[in-house]
Write a protein that binds this ligand. Structure first.
Ligand code: SF4
Ligand code: SF4
Length: 70
């Protein structure tokens, strides 16, 4: 299991990570952060394989991934 931590206040809603994730884990969000950006959500975290493409592509370092034991 991978713990996906989304730093909501860093996210600018560019959706690069949503496009990069081939597992459909991430989706556009509907709630704005304090800067007015709609931060993304992890809709299907159970599908995450920990490939880190989302965190690598994020220009704002808004996603951190931690491997967790089940
Ligand atoms: S680590 Fe890979 S599978 Fe998991 S959310 Fe990021 S891009 Fe998707
Ligand atoms: S790539 Fe980063 S800034 Fe862009 S939507 Fe994803 S988490 Fe937010």
């Amino acid at each position: 299991m991978v713990n996906i931590v989304i730093h909501q206040e860093k996210c600018k809603g560019c959706l690069f990570c949503v496009s990069a994730c081939k597992k459909g884990v991430l989706i556009p969000g509907t709630s704005p952060n304090k800067k007015g950006y709609h931060y993304i959500k992890a809709e299907k975290p159970e599908n995450c394989i920990g490939c880190k493409m989302c965190s690598i592509i994020c220009p704002d370092a808004a996603i951190e991934l931690f491997k967790e034991d089940d």
